[in-house]
Write a protein that binds this ligand. Structure first.
Ligand SMILES: Cc1ncc(COP(=O)(O)O)c(C=O)c1O
Length: 363
């Protein structure tokens, strides 16, 4: 049997490098609770991203929950139907109501032109995803948020290392979050990040991440969103490699773009001025049947792409339990037809050629 080619392959640093950090942990005997390695990683992330305030946390879901906890209880949160389920789950988990606004047919990010019509007296926030690392219309969203006094949270789980006109995409919105899950362009095994662009909330965020208390002073309900020295160590190993990893991913993506038959496929258009991180390679088929056919053809060769993002989140089966019904025609049209092709930094050109050729033949 030939080797399985998965949608992604996890990057691991040299073991000796990781072990050199383990030796530091053994020496300090500090395993968690804002140790030296975590503080070093936070400082290096600040420099890498050119942002002022950030919080390294345990995953990319808890960071959304922490930020949603800061919003008035039981609010409406305007959100995208085209994202990973964690975006919607976090809103429901925090007892808010997700209000789905359809996506832009070009960028696949939330359609800013439709947001104002969805605002009600209960709306307190907009939580939108920079999907596949492409940028939401951050300028239009900021204007709407200012006009209606809404908090803007960007789920930037896919957008680490992305810049728009030279500025980190994470520096837009009141807050932006990242996931540092093992499958991401930059990972710390598990991990998440809050970038806080509103400096007045730093103390609150610090406490929310760590049980809501400082010593014997208890302020409000917090959670355990901290991360460990072991995770920070993985981050310290991986962070310097990110530019090279992104460059390698670019070569893989460029080859897909060159080889695939674009008469029969479409893909999201990156916004102007975007320096992308090549996090995913999504392609959209003409029909869901074609997508399934391609899945079968690739599967027969042990090639495993992923239906990412499917279903459109406004069609999640458990929404009925919350009395939520929404129609998002663009997202509902794209979600059943989109497939993310295998992609990682060390992906060999011969594999890209094989996948592109199998897809083109099936089309
Ligand atoms: C858009 C989006 N938001 C949130 C998450 C959750 O991140 P984590 O797995 O780190 O909790 C993911 C995970 O892939 C994601 O794609």
């Amino acid at each position: 049997m030939s080797e399985i080619i998965n949608v992604t392959k996890i990057y691991l640093p040299d073991l000796e490098e990781y072990v050199s950090y383990l030796e530091k942990i053994w020496k300090s005997k500090v395993l968690t609770n804002n140790g030296t390695l975590l503080l070093e990683l936070e400082q290096k992330l600040r420099e890498f991203l050119s942002v002022n305030q950030l919080y390294y946390c345990s995953n990319g879901t808890i960071v959304l929950q922490i930020l949603l906890k800061m919003i008035e209880r039981e609010s409406e949160v305007i959100t995208t139907p085209f994202s990973y389920v964690a975006t919607t789950n976090a809103i429901l988990w925090e007892n808010h109501t997700p209000v789905f606004v359809d996506i832009d047919p070009k960028t696949y990010c939330i359609n800013a032109d439709l947001i104002e019509a969805a605002i009600t007296p209960r709306t307190r926030a907009i939580m939108a995803t920079h999907v596949y690392g492409n940028a939401c219309d951050v300028v239009a969203i900021e204007q709407i948020a200012k006009k209606h006094n809404l908090t803007v949270i960007y789920d930037a789980a896919h957008a680490f290392g992305v810049t728009v006109h030279g500025k980190s995409l994470l520096s837009f919105g009141d807050y932006a979050t990242c996931s540092f899950h093992a499958t991401k362009v930059f990972h710390t095994v598990e991990g998440g990040l809050i970038v806080a662009n509103d400096p007045t909330k730093n103390e609150e965020l610090h406490l929310l991440r760590a049980f809501g208390h400082r010593g014997d002073d208890y302020y409000f309900v917090g959670v355990n969103g901290k991360n460990s020295e072991f995770h920070a160590a993985m981050g310290l190993c991986n962070l310097p490699k990110v530019p090279a990893l992104i460059a390698q991913r670019k070569d893989v993506c460029d080859l897909y773009t060159e080889l695939l038959n674009w008469d029969k496929l479409q893909r999201p258009q990156l916004v102007e001025g975007l320096q992308w991180n090549y996090a995913y390679y999504p392609v959209v088929f003409e029909t869901e049947e074609k997508l399934k056919e391609v899945f079968k053809v690739l599967g027969d060769k042990n090639i495993v792409p992923r239906r990412y993002f499917y279903p459109s989140l406004n069609r999640l089966p458990f929404l009925a339990k919350y009395g939520i019904e929404a129609t998002c025609p663009v997202s509902e049209s794209i979600a059943p037809r989109v497939m993310c092709l295998p992609l990682h930094a060390a992906f060999e050109p011969k594999n890209v050629r094989e996948i592109a050729s199998l897809i083109n033949q099936t089309l």
